[in-house]
Write a protein of this length. Sequence first.
Length: 326
Amino acid sequence: MHNVTFFFSYSANSKKNGYLCTSYFVITYLHSMANNIFKGLGIALITPFKADHSVDYASLKRLVEYQIQNGADFFCILATTGETPCLTQEEKQRIKQLVIELNQGRLPILVGCGGNNTAAVVEELKTADWSGVDGVLSVCPYYNKPSQEGLYRHFKAIAEASPLPVVLYNVPGRTGINMKAETTVRLARDCKNIVAIKEASGSLEQVDEIIKNKPADFDVISGDDALTFPMIASGAAGVISVIGNALPKEFSRMIRYEFRGEYEPARKIHHRFTELYSLLFVDGNPAGVKALLHEMGFIENELRLPLVPTRITTMQKIASVLKELS
């Protein structure tokens, strides 16, 4: 009952929650503790900008509704693809509230909450308003390169502080440290509100090791569009996708085929995207998917420094592939 009491106390003190709403979230949290609800196609939501680099909230609204109507299963907001390090606190809060209000409870919402200062992440988890949010995505600490024991203690502290289910995020290409399979499984066994990991190590061997040894109520989610097909075939529960921003209907169809065991039609869709997978990341993320969305007429092709738009040659290739897919 410790977790129930903690969450009830936190929600009751929220300025936006009434008593009845608080009771609802307690029930939701209890359900989420035992079951990961972040399955299928998750959208690693971009942040569109105008030419003056201010947030383009009108385009963001159109994107969210487009993704809901075309096969998305959940949202992952304020994470890597959203250029979160370059957003102000006010912008992050407004984006979160906009997505929550537009979503109207239709899809689960996962919000990024991580960093390389454990105490600061714990404080944010304890003090922020998490109304309307279903879970937090917490990245491995970057730059300071902790040991496996340091990673374990970092995430254990986060799990103990979090009023919501936690999805771990292992992305060594960005953080400089790989969380090994045994550390992930240890956390999954010791912390019941750690319900999944977004695994973006690029190692199918590591994915297999986690899936083989994990508890039954813990899931692996692909963090790499190009590896989604083989990872789901190995037992992953879905993907937090970059390409899903632009092509949610097509990508979710591949995932649904796989869930039904129809691997041949799923493989055909996977192979249709092979060139696009590499093009979207050759000049960094989210430069590629923003170029694709711009080509589709959704957004301006703008990023905030230190990120810059994809090269003209890459843009031309993306346009060509998009024409073929159409």
